[in-house]
Design a protein around this ligand. Structure first.
Ligand code: SF4
Length: 373
């Protein structure tokens, strides 16, 4: 059994008030199943009681966890904190939408021990927010940040989206400069990607707008990385920046370095001892399985030693930590590929670790194949 006194617990809240026009995550807008989901998640937690030693991170994600009202949150958190053990310094994150932030709610979160907020701001330009189908304005987002700070939260992560049609260097920089005034400890900057089945994906297919081309995407990515590093942030994962090493998301790093994590709720994933498993996505199926007394697991995979090593290479190339060079088979082809990528400025080797450069992050998905093929 792996050491799991630093495991992460994720709880998926699959409800949103409305659907953002770019969103491809599974979530439902009807609150009808909220109470059944809550009962089900509490029962699911019991399946794992006493099976996990200690968690040092909790992440309430979604969906929109911040739409849970006071009674639902009490119901959930009382149970989670009773069933599982957390270290005294556990990182406890709640994902929030700006329109849910109120002084009362923030105080309640602090009382439950939450010490980190991940806020979905996405943009500080009202026309961009409207285009994305967000429910809040830039002013509401900034007021939410002030409220979060006033309630004493010292660890704030902000999510932003860039690469919107019509967005140029100047408009994106305006959002970045504005957000930096609030000194967030963490920033996630995601390039807009649209699946065909989303409303914006359909509009693109109908020719209602043209998505930013690849060369502009590259320019915006490099600009973001340079700008934030110049302002003291560490670009520690392709889309993630931290003000210092301790501000990097403890929970999310577990997904990239094979630390065990347990996921509760529809579509949640878990990993431990080389086994990955995931729950059914549909809230109805999830609740029905639990009512029948079954675990809501839809599938699983067992990774052997070789597969784990491959994943360590693949995941490592998305982070500043990289991977241990000893994971590579010593043969001429691998050595040649590695040297070529180092000479081209995509990789560097430091302290026996292969680490992607800023340009390497740009092609992080392709690098493993180039090295290993
Ligand atoms: S709030 Fe988040 S999960 Fe919900 S629809 Fe918008 S982007 Fe998707």
């Amino acid at each position: 059994m792996s050491r799991d006194d630093n495991a992460g617990l994720y709880v998926h809240v699959p409800f949103c008030r409305t659907k953002c026009l770019y969103c491809d995550f599974y979530s439902v807008t009807s609150p009808v199943l909220l109470r059944p989901w809550l009962q089900a998640v509490r029962k699911e937690a019991l399946f794992y009681r006493d099976k996990w030693a200690l968690f040092d991170s909790l992440y309430l994600g979604g969906g929109t966890p911040s739409l849970l009202d006071e009674s639902a949150l009490h119901h959930l958190m009382d149970h989670v904190l009773r069933v599982f053990r957390f270290s005294s310094d556990a990182e406890m994150t709640m994902e929030m939408n700006p329109d849910d932030v109120t002084p009362h709610r923030m105080q309640m979160l602090r009382d439950f021990g939450f010490n980190r907020i991940s806020l979905g701001v996405q943009s500080l330009q009202d026309e961009e927010l409207a285009w994305l189908g967000r429910r809040h304005t830039a002013e509401q987002a900034e007021n939410a940040i002030r409220m979060i700070r006033c309630t004493g939260f010292k660890n704030l992560g902000v999510d932003l989206i860039y690469g919107l049609p019509g967005q140029d260097r100047a408009t994106w920089l305006r959002t970045l400069q504005r957000i930096l005034l609030h000194k967030p400890e963490h920033l996630s900057c995601y390039m807009l990607t649209l699946e065909d089945r989303t409303p914006l994906g359909r509009m693109r297919a109908e020719g209602k707008f043209i998505q930013v081309g690849e060369s502009d995407q590259i320019r915006l990515f490099l600009l973001t990385s340079r700008f934030l590093e110049e302002h003291g942030y560490i670009h520690y994962e392709v889309s993630n920046f931290a003000r210092d090493a301790v501000s990097a998301s403890r929970h999310n790093q577990k997904y990239w370095n094979h630390t065990p994590y347990l996921g509760l709720g529809p579509a949640a994933h878990s990993f431990r001892d080389g086994v990955r498993w995931w729950n059914v996505s549909s809230v109805e199926d999830y609740c029905m399985r639990i009512i029948r007394g079954e675990k809501p697991v839809e599938g699983s995979e067992i990774l052997n030693g070789e597969q784990l090593q491959l994943e360590a290479v693949y995941l490592g190339l998305r982070t500043k930590r990289g991977f241990n060079i000893a994971l590579l088979e010593k043969n001429t082809q691998t050595g040649t590929a590695l040297n070529r990528l180092i000479r081209s400025g995509y990789l560097e080797v430091r302290d026996n670790r292969v680490i992607p450069t800023r340009r390497g992050y740009l092609v992080a998905d392709r690098l493993p194949m180039e090295i290993l093929s």
